[in-house]
Design a binder for this molecule. Structure first.
Ligand SMILES: Nc1nc2c(c(=O)[nH]1)N[C@H]1C(S)=C(S)[C@@H](COP(=O)(O)O)O[C@H]1N2
Ligand SMILES: [Mo]
Length: 260
């Protein structure tokens, strides 16, 4: 059975207007490189997505916790201190010159400084972050809803996914194919809990956790929550990106849809 991965556009056009306002696999390790392992992943993926999308309504919310539940030590994972020269220069200056670029299949490409993002309406949420490696931490995230940024830009009719391009190369390669990137569909992009976070636990987002801006996609696993976001593009397909599976980790065997 094939599952249509593209959610109906109609669903979103209605959802977007209002929004403007099982199997745990061992983590990010070489096991995922074996061809057999990948085959199992891909056949399981569509079924997982089918079951979860059937059980969860598009607007179902991830659980939010009281402040007392915030983890004393939130583990940092994957890249924790990008060595990309452009990123280093921006970090050295407290990200004063950093800008989020918004482009691709949008009507009005835009560029935002951190101050401009902070001036937009914000959302805070205390949620549990589940890493595919088997650990969880609870943290408080504050940022701007992705829906606000996308609504300001205006999606073109062909847009089906949102691409996050990050500053870090998690795998060092000569051709740059090890750069971290993620894609989410429009259902998650316009979900109220999908935010571009600039604060964590009431302080400025630390570099280890993705400064100056990281995504929170609360109904999915940790690897979907791209850190060090430099640009956001609306795209029609992701087969032409990276190795064609839609994200750094999907290219290396993990599910593209990582719902929990
Ligand atoms: N740019 C980028 N984003 C990333 C990663 C990364 O290595 N680079 N790691 C992912 C993984 S596997 C997890 S679990 C979370 C870790 O977020 P944390 O460091 O805030 O715990 O970020 C995700 N986003
Ligand atoms: Mo993770």
């Amino acid at each position: 059975m094939r599952i249509e991965r593209r959610p109906s556009r109609r669903l979103f056009l209605t959802g977007a207007a209002t929004a403007a306002g099982g199997l745990v696999l061992a983590g990010c390790d070489p096991l995922s490189q074996s061809p057999g392992f990948r085959k199992v992943l891909y056949t399981g993926e569509d079924m997982t997505m089918l079951v979860q999308r059937a059980l969860l309504s598009p607007t179902s919310m991830a659980k939010e916790f009281p402040a007392s539940a915030i983890s004393a030590n939130f583990k940092a994972n994957g890249s924790t201190d990008p060595d990309d020269p452009t990123y280093r220069t921006l970090a050295a200056n407290g990200f004063a010159d950093w800008r989020l670029e918004v482009g691709g299949l949008v009507e009005r490409p835009a560029s935002y400084s951190l101050a401009e993002l902070r001036a937009m309406p914000s959302r805070s949420q205390i949620t549990r972050h589940d890493c595919v490696e088997g650990w969880s931490c609870i943290g408080k995230w504050t940022g701007v809803q992705l829906a606000s940024v996308l609504s300001a830009a205006g999606l073109q009719p062909e847009a089906r996914y949102i691409l996050f391009t990050c500053a870090d190369e998690l795998e060092k390669t000569l051709d740059g194919s090890g750069r971290y990137y993620e894609t989410i569909d429009l259902e998650d992009a316009f979900h109220p809990q999908t935010i571009l976070a600039y604060d964590m636990n009431d302080g400025v987002l630390p570099i280890a956790h993705g400064a100056p801006l990281r995504v929170r996609v609360e109904r999915q696993l940790g690897y979907k929550m791209a850190k060090y976001v430099m640009r956001i593009d609306a795209i029609e397909e992701f087969a032409s990106l990276g190795r064609g599976r839609g994200s750094f980790w999907a290219d290396r065997g993990y599910d593209w849809y990582a719902g929990i």
